[in-house]
Design a protein around this ligand. Structure first.
Ligand code: VG1
Ligand code: CO
Length: 543
């Protein structure tokens, strides 16, 4: 078995975005594309000599092939050991759990999360650091730098390995440990939550539907919800991970998880509904006739976390991404703990979690998590909700109503304009940025701009600064709008418009969210003229 050193040239555009490098699958499959990026990662982290890597992905098309290539490259680069999920599968939170439990020198996660899969879909790859979280910006920049200077990569000339059974095998000098993808993750969940209380809930007839959307969470949800907690076998639907996710778009929101959403709003709704995204790190929470916005979910979980054994000692702090509503801040204030506001992307939570400054984190995009791993964790959020429901003995809607009565309600919605012309979207954002200083004091659609800025974050732990993270418009009427461009897409551009308005009049806590936000939506339109500039009548997705 010989190590082959292959001469190569830099490939343009290997710049990681919000969450790793995402490209069309066909781009990733071009000769040398994956190899260049993987070698750039290895070079950027000081080589692999003697190191142990965790490796797995969401099972999408090209996952199997890519794992074999990465294993041969890791061996050729001197790695001592690789821990690989059986059949190359690991959900993103499970990969983070494995990196931490087995103290590996980081890991590679093969996923483009919610982006559609298949040969005509997208593929992605990201490096997670030894703490278990996504590489911070300094590391992703180093990877990008190496990708622009790369001259050669190393790969073992060897046969592919059979990854279908859990065992140890050799790939040349490197030991490959094929592990059950669920075990380490399930062990962790058992420590955090009151499984007995949840078991009793299901035994009492509580009904639930979990839509795994043919992506990676199916095996995890089956093993934990049905296997361990006794939920009936029909609980997890679309449970088999498929290379093309069944042709679907596993983004857990009312549009892309419509069948589940409709079921939960209909006459035959079970007590509880949840859906997960492609790589298992995000979640949508539904009750009978109730949709929980991700921002509210974070706030409710924070307010009730002590009901779960893993959080009984209380929370150290709560962190949310900037576009996430301020509902979580209100909980932090009441608990007397710090609240942090970070840029979009889980990588910004890592330092706060490592430093013990925050225990719970969340994003408006349906990502919630805690210091148990360094990724957002979809099934974790579902289990915490179940734990809270079991202990409070109330429905999702009752829990929401009680929360709003206590704290007031942050009406919230995100409007996505997907696949729009990139130049038009960039110009819209640039023009608005240029007008930020002149907006305060002006009134649009009845709302007065109190302040406007381009969000910049100073990391309180390492002192680094990340600027240009989203345009914020604060209105005097206790409302806010944020505009930013997505950093996970692969074609065109996606403009995200985040809208929120606070309401604490007890008589106005049950409005339709879009109605409650109509003035903010109208103000944004008046300020930006985005519909005509983007040539759209309205957003593709409202969450
Ligand atoms: C989106 C979400 C962001 C999330 C990111 C990765 O990014 O808005 O909150 O962290 O996806 O999540 P963007 O740049 O497209 O807005 V996942 O589940 O795709 O790894
Ligand atoms: Co994801």
């Amino acid at each position: 078995m010989a190590v082959k050193t292959v001469a190569t040239k830099p490939i343009e555009g290997q710049k990681p975005g919000t969450s790793g490098l995402r490209k069309q699958t066909r781009v990733f499959m071009e000769p040398g594309y994956l190899e260049n990026f993987v070698q750039s990662i290895f070079d950027a982290i000081g080589g692999l000599q003697g190191k142990t890597l965790t490796l797995g992905g969401d099972g999408r098309y090209f996952n199997k092939r890519a794992i074999q290539i990465i294993l041969k490259m890791a061996a050729a680069n001197g790695a001592a050991r690789a821990l690989v999920g059986q059949n190359g599968i690991l959900s993103t939170p499970a990969a983070s759990a494995v990196i931490r439990a087995r103290k590996t020198d980081g890991g590679l996660i093969l996923s483009a999360s919610h982006n559609p899969a298949g040969e005509d879909g997208d593929f992605g790859l990201k490096y997670n650091i030894p703490a278990g979280g996504p590489a911070p910006e300094a590391v992703t920049e180093a990877i990008y730098r190496h990708s622009r200077e790369i001259r050669e990569y190393h790969i073992l000339e060897a046969a592919d390995l059979d990854l279908s059974t859990c065992r140890e095998v050799q790939q040349g000098p490197m030991t490959v440990e094929i592990i059950d993808p669920v075990t380490i993750y399930a062990d962790l969940m058992r420590k955090l939550f009151d499984f007995d209380a949840i078991r009793a809930l299901f035994a009492g007839g509580f009904s639930m539907r979990f839509d795994a959307m043919h992506a990676v969470t199916g095996p995890y949800a089956r093993a934990i919800l049905e296997g361990e907690l006794g939920a009936p076998e029909s609980t997890v639907i679309n449970a088999a991970p498929l290379p093309d996710f069944g042709g679907g778009h596993p983004d857990p929101n009312p549009v892309y998880a419509k069948p589940l959403f409709d079921l939960m709003m209909g006459p035959d709704a079970p007590d509880f509904g949840a859906a997960s995204d492609g790589d298992g790190d995000r979640n949508m929470i539904l009750g009978r006739g109730a949709y929980v916005t991700p921002s509210d979910s974070l706030a409710v979980l924070a307010a009730n976390a002590r009901l779960a054994p893993g959080y009984a000692a209380g929370l150290k702090g709560i962190a949310r991404s900037m576009p996430t509503s301020r509902a979580a801040d209100r909980v932090a204030a009441k608990l007397g703990i710090p609240a942090f506001e970070t840029p979009t992307g889980w990588k910004f939570f890592g330092n706060l979690l490592d430093a013990g400054k925050a225990t719970l984190c969340g994003e408006e995009s349906a990502g919630t998590g805690s210091d148990h791993v360094r990724e957002k964790d979809g099934l974790w959020a579902v289990l915490l909700w179940l734990n809270i429901i079991a202990r409070r003995g109330e429905s999702v809607q009752e829990i929401l109503n009680a929360h709003w009565a206590d704290y007031g309600r942050d009406y919230y919605s995100r409007h996505d304009y997907e696949g729009v012309d990139k130049a038009a979207a960039e110009a819209l954002v640039a023009d608005l940025r240029a007008r930020l200083t002149e907006l305060p004091g002006q009134t649009f659609a009845g709302l007065t701009v109190a302040a406007a800025d381009d969000f910049s974050y100073n990391d309180p732990v390492d002192g680094s600064t990340s600027s240009g993270q989203g345009l914020r418009l604060f209105f005097a009427e206790n409302a806010r709008a944020v505009l930013r461009l997505s950093g996970t897409g692969t074609v065109g551009a996606t403009l995200r418009v985040y809208l929120e308005r606070f309401e604490d009049d007890p008589g106005k806590l049950a409005l339709d969210a879009q109605d409650a936000l109509a003035p903010v939506t109208a103000a944004v339109e008046e300020i930006t003229g985005l519909k005509s500039r983007l040539g759209r009548d309205g957003p593709d997705v409202r969450t």
